[in-house]
Design a protein. Structure first.
Ligand code: MTE
Length: 334
């Protein structure tokens, strides 16, 4: 496990974003926590909620907040990533989604996911840990300071977006669980609710969706559990109420609607590498020099832009993460 302080490794933009976000008030964090407490039609507090104006965008906004907290529009603290590229629009990010539990059609995921109950919610941290935990999502908001992270998301299908996530490092939750000395990997599992998730009633993938990271990847300061986006709780189509975001890896690693983190000593099975082992590896690091067997990974289409742009090694996070793979043959598809 790497012993390195976040200030040594976290890129400047992350710190800047974090500072601005926290300064913009316990405000946004507070708003998020409150909103998170209220994101359910089942909670008996549904009257506190107003739906988003756009039928496809499932954001429930709490009413009766102090004016400073009651944003009428989703907000991000800055409008570009550290490379100077603009953020994708809220509508783009929430209407072009991969979430096979609901649909294989990216443009209908938002509609199909609209009735999903993402609150109340619990996350279990289990396996090779001294302190196994079951945390309510409300506890998670309270325990772990939420910060903004502006990251590129590069899908293995060669499209990308710039997304202002809100979340916290996975390392925070893992440290609290106290991994045992033999801990090597973390397995992540999506909720299994075929009654609410139409895709889970089909055999297109083995359900529930599972992913995994090596322990040092999971402990890396850029790897986060996201609970929000544009200063609001995650929409259902994005994996509400909590999902993984690992920005240097292809998007399929960023598993949605997570209910279990299991610390293991063996490499976890992952949904896509089980479905197509020759096409999707465990590591799945963004690499423009290693093509997918069926298409090039050298360039990508940024949603909202015309034409293509070159894909960057480790999705532009090479300086921060390359050391994790020292000695590995990166020309191989893992
Ligand atoms: N997580 C689950 N549970 N189910 C999925 O189908 N799709 C993955 C990933 N996480 C997926 C998932 C893929 S292929 C991508 S590219 C990203 O989610 C897309 O995230 P987004 O819809 O928020 O852009």
């Amino acid at each position: 496990m790497v012993k390195i302080s976040p200030s040594e490794i976290t890129p400047e933009h992350v710190f800047l974003n974090r500072r601005r976000f926290m300064a913009a008030a316990g405000a946004t964090a507070g708003a998020l926590a409150l909103a998170g407490c209220s994101t359910t039609p089942l909670s008996g507090r549904a009257t506190d909620l107003v739906e988003s104006d756009s039928p496809a965008v499932v954001v429930r906004r709490p009413q009766n907040l102090p004016p400073a907290l009651a944003h009428t529009e989703p907000t991000a603290s800055v409008n570009q990533d550290e490379l100077g590229d603009p953020l994708n629009k809220f509508e783009e990010i929430t209407n072009y989604n991969n979430f096979y539990e609901f649909s294989t059609n990216k443009e209908s995921v938002a509609r199909e996911a609209a009735g999903f109950n993402s609150y109340p919610w619990q996350v279990e941290i289990t396996g090779l840990v001294n302190n196994p935990m079951v945390l309510d999502i409300d506890d998670i908001y309270k325990r772990y300071p939420q910060e903004e992270r502006i990251y590129r998301l590069r899908c293995v299908e060669a499209w990308s977006m710039v997304i202002p996530w809100v979340g916290f490092p996975i390392s925070a939750i893992l440290k609290d669980a106290e991994p045992k000395s033999e801990a090597r990997y973390v397995r992540f599992v999506t909720v299994y609710r075929p009654e609410e998730m139409r895709g889970q009633r089909s055999g297109i993938l083995d359900w529930p969706y599972q992913e995994g990271l090596r322990m040092d990847e999971a402990m890396h300061p850029l790897a986060i559990l996201a609970t929000g986006m544009y200063g609001k709780p995650l929409t259902n189509q994005q994996g509400a109420p909590i999902r993984l975001v690992v920005p240097w890896k292809y998007g399929f690693k960023s598993i949605k609607s997570v209910v279990t983190l299991e610390v293991t000593d063996t490499i976890p099975d992952t949904t896509w590498s089980a479905a197509a082992p020759h096409e999707y590896g465990f590591y799945a690091n963004v690499n423009p020099n290693v093509n997918h067997p069926r298409w090039s990974q050298a360039s990508e289409r940024r949603i909202g832009e015309n034409g293509r742009r070159p894909t960057l090694m480790f999705n532009g996070y090479e300086e921060e993460v390359a050391y994790l793979y020292a000695g590995m043959d990166l020309t191989r598809s893992y």
